[in-house]
Each structure stands twice: as C-alpha cells, then as structure tokens.
Write a protein that binds this ligand. Structure first.
Ligand code: DOR
Ligand code: ZN
Length: 422
C-alpha cells in the first residue's frame, strides 16, 4: 500500500483543534498531522486546498437489513453508502430477520462484513431472540465479536433494565436503548399536529419522555446506558440533569431531529415517517442547543432503508425509517457548522471522538499520529442538491432536493481510498 499525502487541508481534530497543513498516512496509520510534509517517494498525493479534513466519521446507528431484507440494503451496499458519506466505521443494529441475537449468526455476518470498504461493527440483541422477555448471553455475544447490545427498533423492557445494565457492564459492552413506551405510541404514526392536519393517528411525546426517564432512573442506580435517537426538548433536558447529577448516561440524536420538524410534513409522504417522529419546532431548537452545550454526546444517522414499494403506501401503512448515511456529514456541516451552531472541532467530537469512546475504538476518532488512517475530507464550498438516487439501495430520504454543502470529497479507510467525490 503506497503512502498517502493529503496536502494543504484544514485539519480538524477533536483534541488538537484545527491546524492547516498536510496529513501523511503510512501503513494504515496516521504518520504526520500538520505542517508541511515533503511527499515520500511513491506516495499518492491529494491537494485538498480549501477543504476540511476530519477523522473518519463513526456512525453508531445503522440498519443494513441483512439478513432478511436485502432488497432494501445489504451490508455491502450500506458500507458503500457509508464510504460515499465520509463514514469510515458503522455500528449495525440487530433488528434484522432473523435478529442478530446468537453468537453463530454474529460470526457468520462478521465474516461477510470483513471485505467491506469501511469498518463494520455489529451490535447484538440485548434480550434473547430480541423478544424482550429475558436477557441475551452478553458474554457469549461479546466473545463472538459484538461491540454493543441493543434491541433497537424496540425499547429495552423496563422490567429488565437493571439486569440488562448489569450484564452489559459485566461483559464490557455498551448498552444502547431505543427509548419508547410502546403502550403510549400504540398505532400512532406522527406528531399530533401533523396527524391532525393529515387525518392520521398521533404519537404522544410522552412515549419517548417516559422511557428516557425510566432509563435514566435505572442507570443512576447501576451503570452506563446510552440513549438512542433523542428527539425531544424534554429528553435532552432530562439527559442534561442526569449528567449534572453525575449519572452514567450518554445520548445521541440524528440530523433529521435538528433539521426538520413536524411542520415539514406537508402531505402524506412516508419519506417523513420515522421513529421517533419529527417533533415540534421548539423541540428542534432544544436539540440544537443540546448539541452545542455538550448535553448530547454524538450524532448518528439511524440509517433505516426501506424499499420504494413499502414506502409507497403513505403514513398509514409504510414502515418507520429514513436513510441517512450519505447525508449525515453535509447536513451537519450545513445546519450546524455553517449556521454557527457548533464549531468544526465540536463536530469532530460528535461524529468521531465520542462515538469512538462509546464503542471503545481505541485508535479511532482522531488525527493524532498513531491513529488508524481513517479520514473524511469534506468540501464546504460547493453546494449540491441531495440526489434522488443514492449509493444505498434505498431512496427513502426526506432531504431529496435539498441544497447542502460539506459533501465528501475523499474517504480513506485504513490508508486506502474508498471514495472520491466528483
Ligand atoms: O424509524 C426507525 N426505523 N426507527 C427505528 O427505531 C427502527 C428503524 C428501522 O429499523 O427501520
Ligand atoms: Zn430506534
């Protein structure tokens, strides 16, 4: 593998901060960061003047649909979409069919993912068979290579929370919860105001809020817990209070919750249907503040591909979920950095350092020499519309047609170029 020299960029590191200069990648590691570096003989050189160079993004919330719905996405197509999005590591969710709930299944799909262009990590079901009745075998799943435990798609059962937290901690795995009280969501499909406009069934804010409060209460007693896709002012307020009390809780949000609100649902278009649903304009602003003040730890895409046929039915019948791997970085750049909600360095914490810490990816999330040579180069200058057709096999995005900046120009994984922007 030749050395790679990325010249004249604005290098953004969550710890070192920003510096201009060159980045040298050698034998899969970062060899130099900053200053002028003379090109070693045989090196491949990229001039990235005017572009931003980040540690490769780590997306801790991705649904790849393999096994079970390869028509919507496979591990290979999700990995290609990630590469096109500047994402160099993904954590896959286990709500496949069958669920990734056994060591044997996990081993089989890990072996398949080994050839992917990006680093693919797997979470496994936190409850046996992902059925919500009894804990899964945390230690055996860890031995088979699981990086985290979650029942995402469904909430961890309230009754089992303390035990699940204890078992995950003992196995040395992060436990991630999709906070939703399903008895309060029921048949709802969207925010009550959008539901009233379009004649649909509402989802109460309380279904997330109550689950978040229960999660925090359980974690306060016994150990770390990570809250997935937070979407409400009340949720981030609760997370902020929990952190102030010193409780071991972390939280993520997704680009749609800081970019869109229920007001953006103008017609019965299932591209806007996801769980949790788009909330009020005030919730969106609270999520923005929580990103800026450090309450929210990381941004993940919750990439949830579904076929056009399944999404065609509108809000009533379509499955929940939107794709997000290819729009994660440009949405963060356009909505957060260019609008001066957060700095580039804070973005590197939210997309690189903090997810690396959550998943114990020791050499990732930084441009410091010695780190893995996973790099994302973004172009903040050229505005481009979100396309209708993606690298992903699916196209269920509410952002199609939106003008964004910060599209990936170059993605490098372990020193190898896996994507070059047009
Ligand atoms: O919108 C969603 N889609 N939310 C989830 O929690 C699950 C996901 C999926 O698997 O489609
Ligand atoms: Zn979820």
């Amino acid at each position: 593998m030749p050395d790679l020299l990325i010249k004249n960029g604005l290098l953004v590191d969550p710890v070192l901060g920003e510096r201009r200069g060159d980045l040298l990648l050698r034998r899969g590691r970062i060899a130099r960061c900053g200053g002028r570096v003379a090109a070693p003989r045989g090196a491949e050189v990229f001039d990235v003047s005017g572009l931003w160079v980040f540690p490769g993004f780590i997306d801790a919330h991705v649904h790849a649909r393999e096994p079970g719905c390869e028509e919507a996405e496979t591990i290979a197509s999700a990995a290609a979409a990630a590469a096109a999005g500047g994402i160099t590591s993904v954590l896959l969710m286990p709500n496949t069919s069958p669920a990734l709930a056994s060591p044997a299944l996990l081993r089989r799909y890990r072996a398949r993912a080994a050839a992917a262009p990006v680093n693919v990590y797997f979470s496994a079901a936190a409850t046996a068979g992902r059925q919500g009745r009894a804990p899964s075998s945390a230690a055996a799943l860890k031995k088979a290579g699981a990086r985290a435990l979650t029942d995402d798609g469904s909430a961890l059962p309230h009754r089992l929370l303390p035990e699940l937290i204890r078992l995950a901690r003992r196995a040395g795995l992060p436990l991630l919860d999709h906070p939703e009280d399903f008895s309060l969501t029921g048949p709802g499909v969207c925010h009550p105001r959008a539901a009233a406009r379009l004649g649909l069934r509402p989802i109460s804010d309380r279904s997330e809020w109550l689950a978040v409060l229960r999660d925090i209460f359980a974690a306060a007693g016994c150990g770390p817990l990570h809250l997935q896709h937070l979407s409400l002012a009340a949720s981030v307020a609760a997370l902020k209070a929990a952190k102030a009390a010193g409780w071991p809780v972390t939280g993520e949000t997704c680009p749609h919750y800081f970019t869109l609100s229920e007001r953006d649902i103008r017609q019965d278009d299932a591209a806007f249907k996801m769980k949790p649903p788009l909330r009020s304009a005030a919730d969106r602003l609270a999520v923005l503040s929580a990103l800026a003040d450090g309450t929210v730890d990381l941004i993940a895409s919750d990439h949830a591909p579904h076929t056009a046929a399944r999404k065609a039915g509108g809000f009533k019948t379509a499955p929940f979920g939107i794709i997000g791997l290819e729009t994660l970085a440009p949405l963060c750049v356009t909505e957060l950095v260019l609008k001066k909600v957060i700095t580039r360095r804070r973005l590197a914490q939210l997309l690189c350092a903090n997810p690396a810490r959550l998943l114990s990816l020791k050499n990732k999330g930084s441009l410091r020499p010695g780190s893995d040579a996973d790099v994302a180069v973004l172009d903040p200058r050229r505005a481009r519309r979100v396309p209708e057709v993606f690298v992903s096999r699916s196209r269920n995005s509410p952002f199609t047609g939106r003008l964004l900046r910060g599209w990936p120009a170059l993605t490098v994984v372990r020193g190898r170029v896996v994507f070059r922007g047009a």
